[in-house]
Design a protein around this ligand. Structure first.
Ligand SMILES: NC(=O)c1ccc[n+]([C@@H]2O[C@H](COP(=O)([O-])OP(=O)(O)OC[C@H]3O[C@@H](n4cnc5c(N)ncnc54)[C@H](OP(=O)(O)O)[C@@H]3O)[C@@H](O)[C@H]2O)c1
Length: 320
């Protein structure tokens, strides 16, 4: 195998950590893209020691910050010619947290889980194009099932600042919207990057056991339901193996623009009036995800939000 490189964001815990170890064991050069270098250093050392692969590299990125993403991508392009696999695994989800804006004045969940992956993928297009089989994988969630309800829609007004002060902020709803928007970006990216041979897919994660480090980030009251959920969730290694299969197996070499479930089945769009089986199963996703006008709105919003920043940075321009 020629030396292949994978970037995994949020690689210091949970599924990202397990995926880093798996790719390292398969001799990939693994870039652990993490925001907390001190904490992640121990994990990097653990992965090197367990895999015997020295090419496990830690690089700093805060996925909620345009500046940090830009610096990460510039650094990557200085060090590496090509990129084979980009996995957007990092996510912000903190129950009970108040409404917060990122440094770039975007609602923090949406900034981290949706706009960050949009910006990073664009800024890494050149090295991706140099790979013989470039892949991008987005980590989505079965939380998007809420959109089976025809009443649900992404709360676009909430993303650039609290428009209606009377609206009670819910991190849960922001997370739900950010993961649906990420699925929509997956479909758009697959189309827009097809000419470059880049395959873009999303995995619908239905649960993975959370590490103690992750549980500690939750407010105490939310730790109890998380601990209960953990009893029923498979270990992070299970979903990490799904990342690996989607990005490396011949089964998916021509798959692009798809949402894939935890059983590694390609999901289809569900009916307008979903039944119990559709909602509880994992074979179909809500019609809302296929709505062209909403997909375009998500894409356009990500472009607008990043345009001012990119135009202000030497050598970059707003994304098309
Ligand atoms: N576990 C589940 O049951 C479940 C269910 C559905 C979907 N998912 C999805 O699966 C993916 C992995 O989840 P997990 O359970 O493995 O979670 P996790 O262990 O909490 O890992 C999340 C990772 O994201 C990183 N992160 C958060 N904000 C970041 C930022 N601004 N910049 C860079 N990194 C950031 C965290 O870094 P820090 O350590 O620095 O905070 C951490 O490494 C996520 O996309 C999640 O939404 C998980």
């Amino acid at each position: 195998m020629d030396n292949k490189t994978v970037i995994i964001t949020g690689a210091n815990s949970g599924i990202g950590k397990a995926a880093s170890l798996l790719f390292a064991r398969h001799n990939y050069t693994v870039i652990m893209a993490c925001r907390n270098i001190e904490r992640s250093k121990q994990v990097q050392e653990e992965i090197i020691s367990e895999s015997g692969n020295q090419d496990v590299i830690l690089m700093r990125v805060d996925m909620s910050s345009f500046d940090s993403i830009h610096a990460f991508c510039e650094d990557y392009k200085r060090k590496f010619q090509k990129l084979d696999i980009l996995i957007h695994n990092a996510a912000y989800f903190n129950h009970g947290e108040k409404y917060r804006l990122s440094r770039d004045h975007v609602e923090l969940t949406f900034a981290t889980n949706t706009v960050g992956p949009f910006l990073m993928t664009h800024l890494l297009l050149e090295p991706l194009k140099k790979s013989s089989e470039p892949k991008v994988l987005n980590a989505s969630s079965n939380i998007i099932k809420h959109f089976f309800s025809p009443k649900k829609a992404i709360a676009f007004d909430n993303l650039k600042g609290m428009v209606n002060k009377k609206l009670k902020h819910s991190v849960y709803n922001s997370y739900r919207d950010s993961k649906m928007a990420l699925v929509m970006l997956t479909f758009k990216m697959a189309e827009n990057f097809k000419e470059h041979g880049i395959r873009v897919n999303a995995l619908q994660i239905n649960g993975a056991r959370m590490s103690s480090a992750t549980l500690k980030k939750f407010k105490p009251i939310w730790r109890i339901p998380a601990l209960v959920q953990n009893l029923f969730f498979p270990p992070a290694e299970f979903m990490a193996n799904n990342y690996f299969q989607i990005c490396t197996s011949g089964q998916f070499s021509n798959t692009s623009g798809k949402l894939i479930n935890h059983k590694l089945e390609i999901m289809e769009v569900g009916p307008e009036n979903p039944g119990f089986k559709d909602i509880w199963g994992a074979s179909v996703y809500p019609v809302y995800a296929d709505k062209r006008e909403v997909q375009n709105k998500v894409w356009q919003l990500c472009r607008e939000l990043t345009a001012q920043y990119l135009n202000s940075v030497a050598g970059t321009k707003a994304l098309s």
